[in-house]
Design a protein around this ligand. Sequence first.
Ligand SMILES: [Zn+2]
Ligand SMILES: [Zn+2]
Length: 366
Amino acid sequence: MGYTTSTEIDIPKTCKAGVVENEGPDFKLVVEDVPVPQPGPDDVLIRLNTTGICYSDIHYMLCDLPIPTMSSFSVRSPGHEGAGVIVALGTNVTNWNIGDRAGIKPAYDACFNCELCWSGKETYCHESPQIGIQFPGSYQQYLLSPARYTSRIPDGVDDFSAGPIMCSGSTIYCSLKESGLKPGDWAVFPGAGGGVGHMGVQIARAMGLRVVGIDGGEEKKELCMKLGCEAFVDFTKVDDVAQEVVKICDGKGAHGVFVTATSASAYATAPMMTRISGKVMCVGLPPEGTAIAGADPLLFIGKNLHIIGTKVGSLLDTQKALEFASRGLLKPIVEVFPLSKMPEAVAKLRSGKVAGRLVIDFNTWE
Ligand SMILES: [Zn+2]
Ligand SMILES: [Zn+2]
């Protein structure tokens, strides 16, 4: 056997995985048995205890983003936010032990030998493939991960929290960091009650920002106010959301608007909510060709408007987001589904009616 295991850990030949059938607008997710992969020399094998369900997974199954499909890489399981434990090590691996806690994040690896990798932007490296598209994702319980790019889960963060932080928490940490907002500045989150937004609210609060949530419905309002929003704007009740936000933010507008929602209207209204020199941070992924981030150049000029996009978090961003959680400053709100109900969880997220994050418990069947 070309890799190391422990006599105390029994690695099965097959494991459960959520796999997509009929990729496209009528896709279906089913749970079935798939082979447990064997680690190559530089890989670790992780047995996941949890995976979060991210809206990007829905995009990948719908094939509505301008990127190659999962099936073009012969991948059937999406998923990119898993947490578990190392159960086998490739022969070259020296920086991990069997039994260590480890997490799966959206970027699978990077080259570590280019300008982007050297400057902490390795998720943009042309050799940074995506897990859950180019490689089987965290809907599969036993997963390979390059040892050098696997994230450690610190003490004090359980796997139900760690999973969602791997993508959502890390992604919004990256956006907040790149926004350059300062303590006391106003940060506004369209989509504040969603998987990414509700973590953004918490990290922003911990950074000393003043937070306004935008979302629809009482459940999301309650969640946002509990997590530390100073004000909440319900887009189902308020006619002019931007005007309301400007009013709340000293009558001048926000220093930063973090668009975690994916709708065209969220992107269209964001520039109207900022003050002079304000920043619109693009985070949520709308289906290809459905939304524009921007405005009339006169608005850019008149307001010194900045529009900035950030992708998923880097290795460092992920570690920083996990540290917020281990210090008690970030606690994902999760609804846990047993493994057999993974298809229901995916359907629920697709419907858009989720406050917080849906997480699958691999150790409970039903
Ligand atoms: Zn994600
Ligand atoms: Zn690189």
